[in-house]
Design a protein around this ligand. Structure first.
Ligand SMILES: [Zn+2]
Length: 66
């Protein structure tokens, strides 16, 4: 059984899983509403494409030297 992600208590209530209580569920909800959670699927970081291009370049460059 997973611990409550808010207060880390091990006793979670079935109705509020994965949280231990409505209070912790509300805390999580407010974090979402307040934008404290990153949402990379909607707004990727500015350097996301650069990192992909660098990774691809590092993979393909050895072949170019052969
Ligand atoms: Zn909790």
């Amino acid at each position: 059984m997973a611990n409550c992600p808010i207060c880390k208590k091990s006793e979670t209530v079935q109705a509020y899983r994965p949280f231990c209580s409505k209070r912790c569920a509300d805390v999580d909800l407010h974090r979402w509403m307040g934008g404290h959670y990153a949402v990379p699927a909607v707004e990727p970081p500015d350097d996301f494409d650069t990192e992909i291009e660098q990774a691809l370049a590092e993979q393909s460059s050895p072949d170019e030297f052969h």
